[in-house]
Write a protein that binds this ligand. Structure first.
Ligand code: ZN
Length: 318
């Protein structure tokens, strides 16, 4: 009897251990030509944790896919047609409900999703879904009100002051919501950005150093948005010498939207940015948190420090 109980318990435990988090990366139109490659990089990062199984859903009309076109078929997302301008895809209707987390690798000027797809994402998130916004995904869909609520803060994409306040930290460490007029979205030249952790006990940031240096990337600035239920986990200070502001700008954020969870990273401009160990680790931890509300991944020894960035050269696993 006791043996049977143990066998049953083991079977149950094994079953639980085998149940992977189902992730969907959506892409197809991004002003950043890296996107066909960065989708595969993110897919492999997630799979390398042993926690995720990942699928990709792509618009049939793509934009700026040429530079990295050799990476397109690896997504197994079907035939696509690359065009000179973003074009609306009326058939882009991912089954969000099948997944624990949806990751957006769309970017600035992406054509609007079909209205049914917008409503489907809203419903999925309200009901407790997970969403991850990577780099220029916070440029997309500036007129989509609920999307702006999900990402908390955004830049460019036609966003103006009426989308909501700037939110940032001052040099003195004060969190500010700033309703003053002005543009939305800016950045200086790419460089290694010094990061300051602002929330140390969140599942995504627990165990990370108080400060670190990113790989070469853009420090997004002047982001604005509804910023409802928004927590800034980490900020970056633009030390490029041509910083658009003298603020510490949000780079890692979380948002509660209905019963759903959003992780928002502004990092990931190009492939060398996505090779940053801090990009990789905060991305996979953020995706796990968005999917489950927990993080089970350790912080690796090669995580960057306050003085030195840290990168892993990407090698595709066959
Ligand atoms: Zn960029």
């Amino acid at each position: 009897m006791r043996v049977m109980t143990i066998v049953l318990a083991l079977a149950l435990l094994t079953g639980v251990a085998d149940a992977k988090i189902k992730a969907l990366i959506v892409d197809g139109q991004n002003n950043h030509a890296v996107w066909p490659k960065s989708t595969i990089m993110m897919k492999q990062y997630l799979e390398d944790t042993g926690l995720f199984e990942v699928e990709v859903d792509r618009t049939q009309f793509t934009w700026r896919a040429k530079r990295e076109e050799s990476w397109l078929p690896l997504a197994k997302a079907g035939e696509t047609e690359d065009l000179d301008k973003p074009k609306h895809d009326p058939d882009f209707k991912p089954s969000f409900d099948k997944y624990d987390v949806v990751i957006s690798n769309f970017g600035n000027a992406a054509a609007d999703w079909p209205v049914v797809t917008q409503r489907a994402l809203e419903k999925y998130m309200q009901a407790g879904g997970g969403f991850v916004s990577v780099h220029a995904a916070d440029n997309s869909f500036g007129k989509w009100e609920e999307y702006n609520r999900m990402i908390g803060l955004g830049g460019w994409g036609g966003r103006k002051a009426d989308v909501g306040p700037y939110v940032y930290y001052t040099n003195e460490g004060k969190l500010v919501r700033d309703d003053s007029p002005g543009g939305c979205g800016s950045h200086g030249p790419q460089h290694n950005i010094p990061v300051t952790l602002r929330v140390k006990d969140h599942p995504i940031t627990k165990g990370l150093p108080d400060q670190w240096m990113t790989a070469k990337d853009e420090c997004y600035a002047k982001l604005r948005g509804p910023a409802e239920n928004l927590t800034i986990l980490a900020t970056g200070k633009d030390e490029s010498g041509k910083a658009p502001t003298d603020r510490h700008e949000p780079i890692l954020m979380v948002v509660d939207y209905g019963k759903g969870r959003i992780f928002h990273t502004t990092l990931g401009h190009d492939s060398y940015s996505c090779e940053g160990v801090d990009f990789i680790i905060t991305f996979t931890r953020g995706a796990e948190w968005a999917a489950t509300g927990k993080v089970t991944q350790e912080v690796p020894k090669d995580f960057p420090t306050a003085d030195n960035s840290s990168s892993r050269e990407f090698a595709l696993k066959k």
